[in-house]
Write a protein that binds this ligand. Structure first.
Ligand SMILES: [Ca+2]
Ligand SMILES: [Ca+2]
Ligand SMILES: [Ca+2]
Ligand SMILES: [Ca+2]
Length: 305
């Protein structure tokens, strides 16, 4: 068992030498990976139970006058609009995008167009609308042009929701179609991932959670990670700050714990009731470098009852 663990640690260590905090970006286009809810015959907010179960979106019939937004696709819940074509109907579309663990500085632009009107949300927050999705319809031919919705967000995962209203009109599908098309840019940064060892050299890493012990944690340096860059005032093990000595200095020592010739940082934390529970298997250490770059590391723990 010990051999397997140390082999895994070596792999993590090799990986971490090339890992660094990075600016990243993604561009997402509407397609059949989007889920769709409804149609409803009345407006409901996002996440209202009335929307019912999610279905995969389908490529929809495209009105010859709808503008393209290549390589995005016009989507809906059916190819030809079905059911209540002559009356107002509402559909909700959802696209979920995974970023990275503890992603930060997240922003971008949603470019969207619909027939006839849309509201746009990111992680449940309203970011804008075009046309009247609620209240009396205002048929301003909103389908003629896309609208840009700039946004900022937090979270490792972004959920983009669109409520699209089809205005009452002809009962002939090709005269009163509905659909949504969008492109989403996401710019974000991923924190530096570092290798840590809670109770260095011990596995499992057991401690009493009785409020009067110190938990040592080694943060390993590498060719690309100088532990002297760590701002000790920002380091947390879950919610615990680095413990202080009576002289007001941090309980922190610079030494080469794993004898790889790269200096490591050993910090100590005073455990506190409620932070760890018996059965917890991992704890996350977070902090910033002096230049503001966030980092994190995950280590095994074992809490004695
Ligand atoms: Ca539009
Ligand atoms: Ca329509
Ligand atoms: Ca350990
Ligand atoms: Ca070392």
């Amino acid at each position: 068992m010990k051999k397997v663990i140390s082999f895994a640690l070596v792999l993590i260590a090799i990986f971490s030498m090339t890992a660094s905090a990075s600016a990243d970006s993604q561009t997402i286009y509407s397609d059949t990976s989007v889920t769709v809810f409804g149609p409803l015959d009345e407006y409901k907010p996002i996440n209202d139970p009335a929307w019912g179960a999610a279905h995969q979106a389908v490529l929809t019939w495209i009105h010859p006058l709808w503008p393209a937004l290549d390589p995005a696709f016009w989507i809906s819940n059916t190819y030809y609009i079905e059911g209540n074509i002559a009356g107002d109907t509402w559909r909700m579309f959802r696209k979920t995008v995974d970023l990275c663990e503890n992603a930060y500085d997240i922003s971008g632009t949603i470019t969207a167009n619909s027939d006839n009107a849309e509201e746009v949300y990111v992680n449940g927050t309203f970011v804008g609308s075009e046309g009247t999705v609620q209240g009396p319809a205002d048929n301003g031919w909103w389908w003629q042009t896309s609208k840009d919705y700039p946004y900022e967000a937090t979270g490792d995962t972004l959920v983009f929701d669109f409520i699209v209203r089809n205005y009452a009109g002809s009962s002939y599908p090709e005269s009163n179609p509905t659909g949504l098309i969008f492109q989403i840019s996401v710019n974000y940064s991923c924190p530096l991932e570092v290798v840590i060892d809670i109770k260095p050299g011990s596995f499992p890493s057991c401690f009493n959670n009785n409020g009067n012990g110190l938990i040592p944690v080694a943060i390993f340096g590498s060719e690309s990670f100088d532990v002297r860059d760590v701002d000790l005032s920002t380091v947390l093990l879950e919610s615990l700050p680095v413990a202080m000595k009576p002289n007001g200095k941090y309980m922190a020592a610079y030494q080469d714990v794993d004898l790889d010739s790269y200096e490591d940082l050993v910090v100590k934390f005073q455990d506190e009731d409620g932070v760890f529970e018996p059965g917890d298997e991992f704890a996350t250490l977070t902090g910033n470098l002096f230049d503001g770059t966030p980092f994190f590391g995950v280590g095994d723990i074992c809490v004695r009852p």
